[in-house]
Ligand binder design. Sequence first.
Ligand code: NAD
Ligand code: ZN
Length: 252
Amino acid sequence: MTTATDVAVAQAAALLLRSHSGIAFTGAGVSVESGIPHFRGEGGLWTKFDPYKVAHIDTFRKDPSQYWTYSLNHRRTDAEPNPAHRALVELERLGHLRAVITQNTDGLHQRAGSKEVIELHGSSHSVVCLDCEARFPRDQVDRMNREHCPPSCPACGGQFLKPTVVLFGEALPMPALREAQALAMAADLVLIVGSSLQVYPAAGIPRLARQHGAELCIVNAEATPFDEVASAVIHGKAGEVLPEIVRRMGTG
Ligand code: NAD
Ligand code: ZN
């Protein structure tokens, strides 16, 4: 670790130690070390695929089989939480974080043991029928998809089964957004991990928190547009940096 990183880690540890209403705001980068690719930035999926073709609600409605074929070939079902997810569990347990607000749909924060998790972009583990609104576990639909792609709704026979993930062109789930906004307005610190902070309205959450007086601490592999207004910025891997911050909090 360089001296500059070491100083920033110490700053982050001090910020967390004095926080009473901190929140974490996470993005795809927190799951990269679990083997799930991120979207933007170096090596991201959107450098290989056009998001408006594979992840837009209009394209999905025209032809859901494209999505389900992609899912058949690319969906990771064996991903496990990594040390970054576990460090966030520890910070919640120690009383330094009230909640994790995530843009991720992989469910790894919950799997790791975080209790208060707000999913701004839905979940890839549940599937909804766009015709009758019945919901099904992803595992069940994946099994159906392996037999017949695209799968159809077991309740009404509809052809539009969609994971509850928010696709481009769709609104964010209002209850999750409202809850995240309330936490942001009350927060004294936002620990931002693995997000390019380029996707709105989600990136509006740390911005709102800052407008209401919160300090920002950023852990990300690359620079972000919020770096210059943050109190501590650490460019590195979440799975290495977060456990180091937690260790530093214990040793002073
Ligand atoms: P993003 O892809 O825009 O940004 C991820 C950031 O993480 C990048 O800046 C990258 O440099 C950084 N990063 C990569 N590896 C890292 C590591 N090991 N440690 C720390 N940082 C690392 O992701 P975002 O900001 O979450 O963008 C939001 C969109 O991505 C949302 O729509 C979200 O739903 C979606 N998404 C979710 C998942 C998932 O559930 N795991 C995966 C891909 C994309
Ligand atoms: Zn249905």
